[in-house]
Design a protein around this ligand. Structure first.
Ligand SMILES: *Cc1c(COP(=O)(O)O)cnc(C)c1O
Length: 399
């Protein structure tokens, strides 16, 4: 089976009057989304159909059954592939389904190196689903190139990184890790959920595959769950398409439409997420109740120089600890009014959460456990002064 979801002309729009190289913002709005040929509809329709008519057995217009391919999903796959500078793109029902399709490329006995501060769901998928099926995995401090080099064994086939990472916003030098991984004949997967392709393009830096939870910044409005994998490796794309079609964890047409709609404003949203977050960081750094602030835009952040080199901006995610420990963190998380207390991230509205008891509860007691005094913010695109006032009043309850 050949990979169906090719971006016909990444960086352009394919045949016709628009076949010109386009910038990121233009691709986000137009790639894969030419007006519908049958009606002229400017917005890609929600093709709410499970099957497609055939004029004779095996004769159809490129679609036969919607698990294999659906035109709304194809538009999304082409658009996101273009944004990542990838030849192929595959959309999934969730970020975890996308991660699962990548991990299924490994055989029993193969080793995967994963971050020691991996997204909790990724750690759970690796340790509770793939390890019992024979995967050999090792959590590694992936921001430390030497630690990755030392963890390589003959059976290491995949290195998985998140940058910036969750929840400590560690930064990984993608180009340096890619070089190391390729010396060992393994593949490098980058979870680009926190950065988005607007801020960082891992394939251009040497990664073999990019994985996303489109639930976050790409969708951007907290109204859809989805996942995505981008790669320019034809063989990997074919094998992923085989999993996508065989296991069937595909997004429906309405979910695909929502992500496509969200992604049109990705660039302007990310610009505002970055400037709002930088302003919130200033407040936190000068607040007496706050201990550590984790944000790659801070010049003393250990990954600052790498982030400045490989990212267009520092993103909208901030973590910080409180001097007064877990009880204070729980109190502040319960005291914000504009920042909603909720899991997830990357949408227009600001969120606050307590990783130890919420997103990272599944790693408590393991090497991946996080500081109970830590709070994580997903800084939204509301009026920044309102965000500052809300955090000031919430931190103010600590007296
Ligand atoms: C949310 C998230 C995932 C999982 O995605 P779902 O869409 O929730 O399945 C994976 N990686 C990161 C970094 C995430 O934030």
């Amino acid at each position: 089976m050949s990979p169906p979801s090719t971006a016909d002309n990444p960086g352009g729009l394919g045949a016709g009057r628009h076949s010109i190289a386009l910038g990121f913002e233009s691709l986000a709005i137009h790639a894969g989304q030419a007006p519908d040929p049958s009606t002229g509809a400017v917005v890609t329709p929600i093709f709410q159909t499970s099957t497609f008519a055939q004029s004779a057995v095996g004769q159809h217009l490129g679609y036969d059954y919607a698990r294999t391919a659906n035109p709304t999903r194809s538009a999304l796959e082409r658009c996101l592939a273009a944004l990542e500078g990838a030849t192929y793109g595959l959309a999934f029902a969730s970020g975890m389904a996308a991660a699962d399709a990548l991990l299924r490329q490994l055989r029993p006995g193969d080793r995967a190196l994963i971050p020691d501060d991996a997204y909790g769901g990724t750690y759970r998928l690796v340790s509770k689903i793939h390890a019992p099926a024979g995967l050999d995995y090792l959590p590694v401090a992936t921001h430390d190139l030497k630690a990755i080099a030392e963890a390589f064994t003959d059976n290491t086939r995949m290195v998985w990184v998140e940058t910036p990472s969750n929840p400590l916003l560690r930064v990984i030098d993608i180009a340096a890790v890619a070089q190391l991984v390729h010396q060992h004949d393994a593949v490098l997967v980058v979870d680009n959920t926190f950065a988005t392709p607007y801020l960082q393009q891992p394939l251009a830096l040497g990664a073999d595959a990019v994985v996303h939870s489109t639930t976050k910044y790409l969708g951007g409005h907290s109204d859809v769950v989805g996942g995505f994998v981008a790669t320019s490796d034809e063989d990997l794309a074919s094998r992923l398409a085989f999993v996508q079609n065989s296991a069937g964890a595909v997004p429906g047409p309405f979910d695909s439409f929502l992500v496509l709609r969200g992604v049109k404003t990705l660039a302007v949203r990310m610009d505002r997420h970055c400037t709002n977050a930088a302003t919130v960081v200033e407040l936190l750094r000068s607040h007496p109740a706050v201990d550590q602030v984790y944000y790659p835009g801070i010049p003393t952040h250990p990954g600052h120089d790498i982030a400045a080199r490989q990212m267009r901006g520092f993103g909208g995610m901030i973590s910080f600890t409180l001097h007064a420990g877990e009880a204070a963190a729980l109190a502040v998380a319960g005291a914000t009014r504009l920042f909603t207390l909720a899991e997830s991230l990357g949408a227009v509205e600001s969120l606050i959460e307590h990783p130890h008891r919420m997103t990272h509860a599944s790693v408590v007691g393991s090497a991946l456990a996080v500081d109970p005094a830590l709070l994580r913010l997903s800084v939204g695109i509301e009026t920044v002064d309102d965000l500052l006032s809300d955090l000031s009043q919430a931190l103010g309850i600590l007296g």
